[in-house]
Design a protein around this ligand. Structure first.
Ligand code: SAH
Ligand code: SF4
Ligand code: F3S
Length: 468
């Protein structure tokens, strides 16, 4: 369990968690210190890591990609499914011996796992060599924590719900071409399987002026793309005194001169007709929508507390396809949710066949302590769930490839982001509707939006060449 009556506490917007850590005697010599940060989880965490990096660099730390030579190792963790837990503790086990070589080495855990009381208890009992733990609400306290860490023997790290960082210019962004912009924190939806409302707290939207100001600065710095971030971007504004909708915000963002606007993630429940019109009518809002369906069975959708039926999802899906030119739609699907029968799963497959999604992230249900689904009777064996996942992935990949094949010989506008990982003679970028393209081209196109002729298609990427 996270905290007693966690559901109530989270709904009230309060998390009464206090983390107290014993520290050892370290010298404060941060000027030559190197930090290494590893990030698990969603874009929210990726962006939080940019904030942590910015803070550390402002304190004089420099970044290293080699954890063995670092003085401060930070693991920014994810709690959405069980599997990250083992990866994090496996990695920390490997870090333990480094402390013998470098007695000044600090180890920190932050992110969503740090919000789980059960994990904190485990750290206290089994991993005394972990020096610092801080939650998702404590990032801006990092300088304070480090200062106290060196000066005193003990440090308190606590989690306060409801604090919104209005405007932060500490970020050390990973890219100077495309940038993440938080528009809200937390989530109020309480899907029964999901831990996010507990690890990230209640929905708190940032003020529209702050968001626009941040984007204008990015435009000024020469960024070509921004992605608006939130667990439910299209619920934006519902918690603000002044009622502002996501479509209104989108319209305002589109009036800045940023060439490309993206946003993740949209919840079907909050997807309005007005939003569809704003996307359709503003060419700098990209025609790409991530619209998680989770299941095709109404029985399961109800148990998940998703608040829409299969039929409502399909009506929305069709409306989006009809109104937004060349739109691509991707989704998330969970298999093996408690009491998912074969017939429920077949309904999910039917939805996939009908929608022919451009891509889908597929998961086996992972029970998370403290969420309502954790207590639901789970009758599905691991083998059954794995088998469903394989069958689902087969369909998903088929349609993903089909949608890519359709693009062969078309000319697409691609924002080039960097050198291709696999083939250093190529560059890579994304089409307007978020298809990854590897391009035979010189490096001087990096950062630019160029016309690319698509020459080949695979399941997860395209090949292309610069159009003369
Ligand atoms: N806020 C987004 C995404 C949240 S997490 C949304 O509402 O759609 C990303 C995805 O992880 C979810 O869409 C869901 O498919 C999956 N997920 C969340 N909790 C899970 C769990 N307990 N087990 C398996 N998959 C889960
Ligand atoms: Fe989790 Fe549901 Fe909120 Fe998405 S909408 S973050 S799945 S509770
Ligand atoms: Fe994971 Fe937290 Fe994101 S649980 S998916 S890192 S909000």
């Amino acid at each position: 369990m996270l905290v007693p009556n966690m559901l109530d506490a989270a709904k009230r917007g309060k998390t009464e968690v206090k983390y107290i850590y014993e520290n050892r005697d370290y010298k404060n010599n941060s000027s030559d210190r190197k930090y290494f940060i590893r990030t698990y989880g969603c874009q929210m965490n990726v962006h939080d890591s940019e904030e942590i990096s910015g803070i550390l660099e402002s304190l004089g730390y420099t970044k290293t990609e080699n954890y063995e030579e670092s003085d401060f190792i930070i693991l920014n963790t994810c709690a959405i499914r069980e599997n990250v837990h083992d990866k994090v503790f496996g990695f920390l086990g490997r870090c333990k011996h480094l402390k013998k070589k470098n007695p000044n080495l600090l180890l920190a855990i932050c992110g969503c796992m740090a919000q789980e009381e059960v994990v904190v208890k485990e750290i206290k009992e089994k991993y005394p060599f972990i020096d610092i733990v801080f939650g998702t609400h404590n990032i801006n306290e990092l300088p304070n924590m480090l200062e106290n860490y060196y000066g005193k023997q003990k440090i308190k790290v606590y989690s306060i719900e409801g604090n919104v960082i209005e405007f932060n210019n500490h970020y050390k962004r990973d890219s100077n071409i495309t940038a993440w912009v938080n528009i809200m924190y937390g989530c109020d939806k309480f899907c029964t399987y999901c831990i996010v409302p507990y690890t990230r707290g209640k929905q708190r939207s940032r003020k529209m002026e702050d968001i626009i100001k941040e984007i204008e600065e990015l435009v000024h710095k020469g960024y070509n793309e921004i992605t608006l971030l939130g667990q439910n971007v299209n619920a934006y504004g519902k918690d603000l005194k002044e009622k502002i909708s996501f479509s209104h915000l989108l319209e305002k963002v589109s009036q800045t001169k940023i060439p490309r606007i993206r946003f993740v993630t949209s919840h079907p429940w909050d997807f309005t007709d007005e939003m569809i019109d704003v996307i359709a009518n503003n060419p700098n809002i990209m025609p790409y929508i991530h619209l998680p369906v989770q299941s095709g069975s109404n029985k399961i959708l109800k148990k998940m507390n998703r608040n829409y039926s299969k039929e409502e999802y399909l009506i929305l899906f069709n409306k989006i396809k009809e109104k937004i030119k060349n739109v691509s739609i991707t989704t998330d699907i969970i298999v093996g949710f408690p009491e998912e029968e074969e017939e429920d799963f077949l309904e999910t497959l039917e939805v996939v066949k009908y929608c022919k999604f451009d891509g889908a992230f597929t998961f086996i249900f992972s029970p998370r302590a403290g969420t309502p689904a954790f207590k639901m009777k789970n009758t599905i064996t691991k083998e059954e769930a794995t088998n469903r996942l394989h069958r689902l992935n087969k369909e998903v990949n088929k349609y993903s490839k089909e949608s890519n094949l359709k693009l062969i010989n078309t000319v697409e506008k691609v924002l080039v982001l960097g050198t291709s990982e696999k083939n250093k003679s190529k560059v890579y970028g994304y089409t307007e509707n978020m298809k990854l393209v590897n391009i035979e081209a010189k490096k001087d196109v990096i950062g630019k939006i160029i016309d690319v002729k698509i020459t080949d298609a695979k399941s997860f990427s395209l090949d292309g060449e610069i159009k003369d």
